[in-house]
Design a protein around this ligand. Sequence first.
Ligand code: G6Q
Length: 548
Amino acid sequence: MSNFELKNTPCWQNLEKHYIEEIQNVHLRDLFKDENRFNEFSISDNNIGITFDYSKNIINSKTFKLLMDFSKEARVNEYTKKMFSGQKINWTEKRAVLHTALRNRSNSPIYVDGKNVMPQINIVLSKMKKFSDDLREGKWTGFTGKRITDVVNIGIGGSDLGPKMVCEALRYYADIVNVHFVSNIDGADIYEVLKKLNPQTTLFIIASKTFTTLETITNALTARQWLVDQLGDKAVVNHFVALSTNVKKVKEFGIDENNMFEFWNFVGGRYSLWSAIGLPICCYVGFEKFEELLEGAYYSDQHFLNTPYEKNIPVIMAVLGFWYNNFFNASTHAVLPYSQYLHRFAAYLQQGDMESNGKTINFENDRVDYQTGPIIWGEPGTNGQHSFYQLIHQGTKFIPCDFIGYINPVKKIGDHHEKLMANYFAQTEALAFGLTKEQVIESFNQAGLSKEDIKVLTNHKIFEGNRPTNSILINNLNSKTLGALIALYEHKIFTQGIMWRINSFDQWGVELGKVLANVILPELKDGSENNHDSSTKNLIKIFNSNKQ
Ligand code: G6Q
């Protein structure tokens, strides 16, 4: 199938026709005249305690059916089975995609190149348990025999965003060990972390799949120097561990192989928090909580694998995103968690989604002629309400949003939670239904405004509404529901990738950046000149002649 044909398939054509003839002028106010709408377009899973309400989307029963038809025609199911069974669906890197094996709690065998990967996964999990238990119990000590109080994870991208987001989300459960994350090659990042720490009680986790990433290796060398300056060379073995696929490079760096936690090429960086990359999570909240995280993700994996599409949460999230992206021309999607603990969730998903589906080349290795992955962004509510929500409510852009909220706070403090959630419910209601001209004038009249003021203000106060939202309402924020939530999004991303016929699992755009900076670095160090355009050349000149 070529690009041309995808847009010309009956399924795509049916959706396009349906959009133009039956949907583009429909308002959610009309759709909600159907009393049964919530029942038809919501799913409650009481086992894990998640309700997914997608009734505030601009769809009707026919839209839903046509979207389901599209996903079936795209053979999402077939590709899902390929992914879970270890087939090399990442064809540009010739790799299997098996983050699901990392949380395969059934332990049923999964084969890559004829070898069951489960035994090695279980060995590393046991090693992570032993290490994090020892560290937290004070059995693993620093070089001078002192207990480790602070863990510094040095990594970037997939080796940073996932564990950092999870540690923030589970912060309430943290007890004896602090974690810090250093990612940026800007020396300010490591400087600000190290200045507060005591080398005798600090452990560094160097997290890098390749162990060649410039940012991570530079920060790791700085950390090592800092430690050696104060405690000497011999202390390195007590204070450095590595998470990587590259034994050779880890050894070259000077980290003992015994202190290395392995993962494998079938784990993509942005899908790696379930692997050894999760070690800082184990240190921070304990291995049991990490296991619960895996269990939650496994629960969503089973849901994704075994639930008919019509009740399949990630598939529905995916088709709705596709609907807006490809028929309403929505170019962004906002993720708005009503939980301060999830304040890094949108940042994490930015990588998860945009690095996966920010692609233009399709299954046939041709350029697509339709839109693929959206721009993902967001901040926790209610902070966002006091900044960018204005644009979502009344701007000219069309922005579908996910609202994520919790029924119970992890810590009840006065009436904070009811106030937070009142905002959560109010926002999706306002976005869907808005305020009509009649409602605005009525409220002005009640407030006794003059005719002149009413004339000036009316249009400004109208909210058109018809802004679509998903509401994800979860009973409690804990490791299990967090794991489930993350995996739902992972599978949404996967489903969309299949529907757009792109490879969600490579990242050539990131690889290019890794190469380019290395070309310019010598020019900044010794003034040597490479060939550049006049802009880059002159900027480098100004930098070199002004640096002190
Ligand atoms: C993720 C990407 C990328 C990667 C970082 C760090 O899917 O591949 O974000 O995680 O570039 O790479 P290393 O872990 O190899 O240092």
